[in-house]
Design a protein around this ligand. Structure first.
Ligand SMILES: Nc1ncnc2c1ncn2[C@@H]1O[C@H](COP(=O)(O)OP(=O)(O)OP(=O)(O)O)[C@@H](O)[C@H]1O
Length: 262
């Protein structure tokens, strides 16, 4: 299922912070949103999982305007790992992950065999099988993150929307997560701050700057030293990873460039 974002305008309290964004994730494609803090990545993603309503423009799922779908229809097609991640669930890990099955249940229906199977698989996939009876609120930041990711997998969506999913994860769990997303490939919109991870994972990248897409293409097309300087304000060499052949950005951590130009 493809996702098309057309001329999207969206904002908060009457102020648009995203203006005229066009981007597309083809069916099965992993599309990355990258850009500096405040560039509008989360805001764009929030319109795809319907946390925010566009002020103009539209989001299409396989050609259907999201606004014509019921919340239940949307939830069977789109699962999100949002940035606003609850920490106050007085539920067990298993109960949180089971919430991912809600869109498939009739009102007041219990968990069936398929629900239990999918939840068990999702917990195992994120390495939390042994933690399912723990209270969600007692988990560490990274464990919570993985539980919420399991909830998104349990939802068995056509489209995954992940807002900085590697936040809080140690490097091994970051690598595990990227591997999982590659292995369980489905149409994915993902925001990432780690541009090397984005280059290793994403088929295409969309660079946001001040609420607009300023570059789109493969990681190699997009992540050039000039773009890194202009958009992110850093000096960097772009080279090749000696083990994987992926694009590798080596930042100059000693000297920032003058403030990036708008
Ligand atoms: N709930 C909100 N209310 C008001 N303004 C907001 C809200 N959320 C974000 N903004 C503003 O909208 C703009 C875009 O923010 P957004 O969170 O989409 O950027 P981002 O690229 O995801 O940033 P980051 O990399 O820091 O997560 C920023 O100026 C931000 O201050």
């Amino acid at each position: 299922m493809n996702v098309a974002i057309e001329d999207l305008h969206v904002g908060y309290a009457g102020r648009n912070v995203v203006a005229g964004v066009h981007l597309m994730a083809a069916s099965g494609e992993i599309a990355g949103l990258v850009g500096p803090n405040g560039s509008g990545k989360s805001t764009v993603l929030r319109t795809v999982y319907r946390h925010l309503r566009p002020t103009a423009g539209r989001v299409l799922l396989a050609g259907t305007d999201l606004r014509t779908l019921t919340p239940g229809q949307t939830a069977r097609q789109v699962a999100a790992l949002p940035q606003e991640r609850g920490s106050d669930f007085e539920l067990t890990v298993r109960e949180v992950v089971m919430m991912g099955r809600t869109p498939y249940k009739r009102a007041f229906a219990g968990d069936d065999h398929e629900d239990r199977e999918r939840v068990a698989h999702a917990l195992a996939a994120v390495g939390l099988a042994g933690h399912q009876a723990r209270r969600f609120s007692a988990l560490s930041g990274g464990e919570r993150q993985r539980a919420l990711l399991a909830r998104a997998f349990a939802q068995d969506p056509e489209v995954l929307v992940l807002d900085e999913p590697t936040n809080h994860l140690d490097i091994r769990h970051q690598v595990d997560l990227l591997t999982l997303l590659r292995d369980r490939r489905r149409t994915t919109l993902i925001s990432l701050h780690d541009l090397n991870a984005a280059a290793a994972l994403c088929d295409r990248l969309h660079v946001l700057h001040d609420g607009r897409v300023v570059a789109s293409g493969t990681p190699r097309e997009v992540l050039t030293p000039d773009l890194l300087a202009e958009v992110f304000g850093v000096r960097a060499a772009v080279t090749e990873h000696p083990l994987t052949g992926d694009l590798l950005i080596a930042y100059d951590h000693r000297a920032p460039l003058p403030a990036p130009c708008g």
